[in-house]
Design a protein around this ligand. Structure first.
Ligand SMILES: [Zn+2]
Length: 421
């Protein structure tokens, strides 16, 4: 039994950086997202989880393990800045998961989910709300960091801040029964500050704020989303987060909730399909990032959309095109979990369909993502000194973005998790 388990584990983890041991990757083509150049016949040398040298003339030490990716295109590991690893597509239908599933079960589902993201080429995730699974995202992050389960590096936000009757409230339930809401109901600034402290205490890396409501809160005629925060609320949240050296991500479709978030100093706006010109301009001025999560609002079956959804999808596309022109910092974020884990590539396809160059879509999931997470020194490019987060695909994604569907190799911090050559 023990032997079978060890064998199973060895199929998952292939540790290649035994102390002092080097790994040399022979890469046929390496994309440098900074310049957009495709560098030919590179050798990437990895030691102790980091890239120590890269270039055409890198000397391979005699004891190095050699990985041959000479027929592949090699890229930095991808970064998804908006995921929900504790949420599953079925949770979006029927009973809310706080009623139908135990947190233990949801955590096990999360273990399976993170493995799928990793195998799809995502080596870093910012997970924005455990969606009622409490601090299970902290547990998942820590289990990955301790090599108990395979998964991407995670930055987690735990629960989120919302208001009573706003987003992430359970609705349509018997008020005589006490059922926990998925997010934290913080109806005053004092409550927001106290909740941030609790979340930091239990392991949050980021603070997530619901600055507007969700789809059910959008006025079907004016498309005005419900505003959940004042400028003073956002400032209080950002200041408290800053005390703990944390940043704030604001779910904001548009309107005053989005504007207050930008003026109040959040680091990123999430979704933002109804952002107006004034707020987009403010985002450029203040350097606020935007995770558009285009794909999550477009159902697989177009015939299932309502008129309101069709209007919002059209506005989302317009806003995305405007933001690109205006120079808003667009970071790749998917909302995966609302749809099947391991299929986040659909966001790249949607970005390119809406007019972004494939190279810029890749940049949003490498350099830009790293900048949003303040991890530029460690991730986002294949350079000496950075973590050895390296993936390879069949084909050239700069010419055909759907090459990112064919991830054949994944290394995170020098450990190979997938190698289907
Ligand atoms: Zn989300």
């Amino acid at each position: 039994m023990r032997q079978a388990l060890l064998h199973a584990l060895s199929c998952i983890f292939v540790p290649l950086f035994l102390f002092g041991q080097s790994t040399a990757i022979k890469a046929g083509k390496v994309l440098d997202p900074k310049t957009g150049n495709m560098l030919l016949n590179q050798i990437i040398l990895v030691e102790s989880g980091r890239i120590v040298a890269t270039g055409p003339n890198t000397v391979i030490p005699g004891n190095a393990t050699v990985i041959d990716l000479s027929s592949k295109t090699v890229l930095p590991g991808l970064i998804d800045c908006h995921t929900h690893e504790l949420l599953q597509p079925e949770d979006e239908r029927g009973f809310p998961p706080v009623i139908s599933k135990s947190q233990a079960f949801r955590t096990i589902q999360g273990v399976a989910a993170v493995k799928k993201e990793l195998e799809a080429g995502f080596t870093t995730l910012r997970d924005l709300d455990s969606e009622g699974a409490g601090f299970a995202d902290v547990a998942l992050r820590d289990a990955i960091n301790q090599n108990i389960v395979p998964g991407p590096r995670m930055l987690v936000s735990t629960l989120s801040l919302t208001i009573t009757a706003g987003h992430m409230n359970n609705t349509g339930l018997n008020p005589d029964i006490q059922i926990p809401d998925p997010a934290s109901l913080t109806d005053s600034r004092d409550a927001m500050i106290a909740e941030i402290r609790r979340q930091v205490k239990y392991g949050a890396d980021w603070i997530k704020l619901y600055a507007t409501g969700t789809m059910r809160h959008v006025d079907p005629v004016t498309l005005e989303p419900v505003n959940q925060v004042s400028l003073e609320d956002v400032q209080a949240v950002v200041n408290e987060a800053k005390r703990w050296r944390k940043d704030v991500a604001a779910h904001a479709y548009g309107g005053p909730g989005a504007k207050n978030s930008v003026l109040g100093g959040v680091r990123s706006i999430e979704h933002g399909m109804l952002l107006d010109d004034e707020t987009l301009k403010l985002m450029v001025e203040k350097g606020t990032f935007w995770c558009p999560t285009l794909g999550t609002y477009v159902p697989d079956n177009a015939s299932e959309t309502t008129e309101l959804q069709r209007k919002i999808i059209a506005r989302h596309k317009e806003t995305f095109q405007k933001a690109m022109k205006m120079g808003v910092k667009i970071a790749f974020g998917t909302d995966v979990g609302a749809y099947e884990h391991g299929t986040s590539v659909r966001e790249f396809l949607r970005m390119v369909e809406y007019g972004m160059k494939p190279l810029d879509a890749i940049r949003s999931a490498t350099l830009r993502g790293a900048e949003l997470l303040r991890m530029e020194k460690d991730i986002g490019a294949i350079e000496a000194g950075k973590y050895a987060d390296i993936i390879a695909v069949d084909g050239n994604p700069v010419e055909q973005i759907d090459a990112l569907k064919r991830v054949v190799f994944v290394m995170k911090e020098g450990v190979v998790y997938k190698n289907f050559k």
